[in-house]
Design a protein around this ligand. Structure first.
Ligand code: SAM
Length: 274
């Protein structure tokens, strides 16, 4: 598998400053890429935070009789495994070879009965073609907005082509808090499991409609000095609803998640019009 995420690394404003002072030691990489895999693993460990409450919320809108579930941008399986634990048949699609490797490692350690209900696909959610129709296609909050304006229509078109009759598209959108108009920057230290320490720098700019993160070793003399970045768009629910409608979907429900551990997400439920 090629590391398609490597080409996607974004030069955040913080990365620019860091790379300028690191000179030849500086290496820019996407936080989800193979190059950043050791740092991701050191900070996040084998699993992300427990996705069971969030997966449980999605599951209440999944009708297994309509067909299997396709989860887009599945990451290392934070939601995939709780969904499998609920007895669902899940195809997990993910672009990053490093994330997919983490998911496959967890799957290899799972009971055979779970393995049989999970299909793993290395693919781009903005342009995929699979042989199966799905009763549910879902994408977690924080994943649709990794794509820019030019790539999101590709997701909607691909999803439309893969929904079974009566199928549902479940799309999580972060419920936007009242944000200030000026760019806000925050910085905190993150401990790694190895004992190494990292800095997480976050910058949110409502006018540019972006939230960018930069993660790098607290020891700025490290060689190589890996500067890991990621940028998401601050997408508002109304914009996503508009995009879905333009892409031929009807949004039939908007449900805020309420279980403890899953708050802050609005679930958009969409069907293909007509
Ligand atoms: N859905 C997982 C969860 O909720 O824990 C992962 C969410 S993480 C915020 C976003 C994921 O999107 C990353 O794993 C990243 O590699 C993946 N990703 C980014 N661009 C993608 C694309 N074009 N197609 C598929 N996955 C992509």
């Amino acid at each position: 598998m090629t590391d398609q995420m490597a080409r996607a690394a974004v030069r955040t404003t913080r990365a620019n400053v860091l790379l300028a002072s690191a000179g030849e030691r500086g290496v820019l990489c996407d936080f989800y890429s193979e190059t950043a895999a050791d740092i991701y693993q050191d900070i996040m460990g084998d699993g992300d935070k427990d996705g069971s409450p969030e997966a449980g919320e999605y599951a209440t809108h999944i009708r297994p009789e309509a067909g299997p579930v396709l989860e887009l941008a599945a990451g290392t399986g934070r939601l995939t495994f709780p969904l499998l634990d609920l007895g669902l048949e899940v195809t997990a699609l993910e672009l990053s070879a490093a994330m997919l490797g983490g998911l496959q490692k967890r799957l290899a350690e799972a009971p055979t009965e779970i393995q049989k209900r999970c299909t793993v696909v290395h693919g781009d959610m903005s342009a995929f073609s699979l042989d199966t129709l799905f009763g549910t296609v879902m994408i977690s909050s924080g994943s649709i907005n990794v794509l820019d304006d030019a790539d999101r229509p590709g997701v909607y078109a691909s999803v439309r082509d893969h929904l079974a009759p009566e199928g549902r598209f479940l799309l999580g959108v972060a419920i936007s808090e009242a944000v200030e108009q000026d760019a806000v920057e925050r910085q905190q230290e993150l401990p790694g499991r190895s004992g190494r320490r990292y800095v997480l720098h976050a910058r949110q700019s409502p006018t540019e409609e972006i939230h960018e993160i930069t993660i790098y070793p607290a020891d700025e003399t490290a060689a190589p000095f890996l500067v890991c970045t990621n940028r998401v768009r601050l997408l508002k629910q109304d914009q996503v609803v508009r995009e879905l409608e333009q892409a031929g979907f009807d949004v039939i429900a908007r449900t805020p998640f309420s279980s403890p551990g899953a708050e802050g997400v609005l679930l958009l439920e969409a069907v293909v019009r007509g």
